[in-house]
Ligand binder design. Structure first.
Ligand SMILES: Cc1cc2nc3c(=O)[nH]c(=O)nc-3n(C[C@H](O)[C@H](O)[C@H](O)COP(=O)(O)OP(=O)(O)OC[C@H]3O[C@@H](n4cnc5c(N)ncnc54)[C@H](O)[C@@H]3O)c2cc1C
Length: 404
């Protein structure tokens, strides 16, 4: 039987950065197990590709700390590897006057997190992003950047392999025997010293099988995008976001420009029918669906995390007219005929705490028998990944060095 000191389940950004961190520290042999034949089939390859500066997150939270330091490390990695990345900046606009207090609060949060931001009036916004619209004030973040996520995943896998680690593709982890430290994949059986569960949308079911994080459940939220036609009169230098609802982990439909200059609108945030239900009625998870809908229903009735508002606004976005109404608030220059369909869609692995009936907002890492489980790696986990990996591996090292 093959043996590795460390096995990492999941070759998304979290699994790969964690494996690279272990490899770089020379802590022992490492192997990553990825169930797909290529990298980036799920969240890490289907996101907006934004390197967030760290504006939104509560000062002192893990997200705030890891986003700010992670953004710098991801930028440096992209520079070193010559990956496509650009610092194009971002504006957060208001669509109603009552959002001005939220914008001021975001400005304070950003400053407390050590992030450069500037409050602009309408004239100032016009100078930076002439085709965006705001009501009174906008918040400008010059350091927000974009990157091509799949190129990062590829570079990480290459680095892990070059440094002596292994990345197994088409290797789904099916069964774990925590007592024996054995793991069964569709290809083989492996012995391990420590297991890192970075299985993204499947992280909760894997953790539950090892008796970990039983009160958490991942609720999948679909994020669909549309594109702005290249010949649209509406053009943007950078990113345009609405002022978010502070109770929700989602940022609202925004305008993103990728490193190749394409303009996207989205993502939406609707409950998905399964963790891989990217299109229509494909891959519906009939086993989990009833309970997921029960929890979503409870959140709606109790209006937890402002869920009532989310449902109302998401239903409105379902129609082309409703979606356009949202977009128009960000820029009056976008015409209905400029919005074209596209197949870009991602699913967020949003953990839900069944004991408090609330969405979990911060990153969440739980310990288990000879294992570490990353149960909440929602946005901005791509941005934060290098710093998150460092903190995960610090935790593992501390446990390994602790007297037994
Ligand atoms: C629509 C959308 C937009 C986003 N935008 C941004 C953004 O702009 N900036 C940002 O910082 N973050 C963004 N995020 C968040 C970010 O993409 C995710 O937080 C991050 O990619 C999570 O990475 P992960 O490694 O945990 O999960 P994943 O990328 O899902 O990786 C998990 C991997 O585990 C594999 N796996 C699962 N089960 C098994 C198993 N049993 N055996 C073997 N392999 C398994 C899967 O195939 C998958 O490849 C966005 C997310 C979404 C969905």
């Amino acid at each position: 039987m093959k043996k590795y000191d460390f096995v990492v389940v999941g070759g998304g950004i979290v699994g790969l950065t964690t494996a690279l961190e272990i490899t770089c520290r020379r802590m022992g042999s490492v192997a990553v197990f990825e169930k797909e034949t290529v990298l980036g089939m799920h969240s890490s390859g289907r996101n907006s590709g934004v390197i967030h500066a760290g504006i939104y997150y509560t000062p002192g939270s893990l997200k705030a700390h890891l986003c700010v330091s992670g953004a710098k490390r991801l930028w440096d990695y992209a520079e070193e590897k010559k990956l496509p990345h650009q610092r194009i900046g971002k504006v957060i606009v208001t669509t109603r006057e009552d959002q001005l207090s939220i914008l001021n609060d975001l400005s304070q949060r950003a400053k407390a997190n050590g992030v450069r931001v500037e409050l602009l009036d309408e004239k100032g916004l016009n100078a930076i992003e002439p085709h965006a619209r705001t009501v009174g004030k906008a918040l400008y973040s010059p350091d927000t950047a974009v990157i091509d996520p799949k190129t990062v995943l590829k570079a990480l896998a290459e680095d892990i392999t070059r440094l002596g680690g292994h990345v197994f593709y088409d290797s789904k982890v099916l069964h774990i025997d925590a007592a024996e430290r054995q793991m069964v994949t569709n290809c083989d059986v492996f012995q391990y010293g420590h297991l890192v569960n970075a299985a993204g949308l499947d992280a909760d079911s894997l953790a539950h099988r090892m008796g970990v994080g039983l009160k958490y459940r991942i609720l999948p939220f679909k994020g669909a995008y549309k594109k702005i036609a290249p010949n649209s009169p509406a053009q943007f230098r950078g990113l345009v976001y609405p002022t978010p609802d502070p109770q929700l982990p989602f940022l609202g439909v925004h305008i993103t420009k990728n490193v190749y200059g394409e303009l996207f609108l989205g993502p939406t945030a609707t409950p998905a029918l399964g963790c891989e239900n990217y299109t229509g009625f494909q891959k519906i998870d009939y086993l989990r669906l009833p309970k997921n809908f029960w929890y979503l229903g409870c959140m709606f009735v109790m209006n937890r995390n402002g869920f009532f508002n989310l449902v109302r606004s998401e239903i409105a976005k379902y129609s082309a007219k409703g979606f356009y109404e949202e977009v128009k608030k960000l820029s009056p220059f976008i015409r209905p005929q400029d919005i074209i369909g596209c197949d870009k869609v991602g699913i967020r692995a949003q953990p839900f705490d069944c004991s408090t009936m609330q969405l979990v907002m911060d990153f969440l890492v739980e310990k288990g028998p000879a294992s570490t489980h990353i149960l909440n790696a929602v946005s901005p986990a791509f941005t934060s990944s290098f710093a998150l990996a460092e903190s995960i591996v610090n935790g593992i090292e501390k446990d390994l060095n602790a007297p037994h």
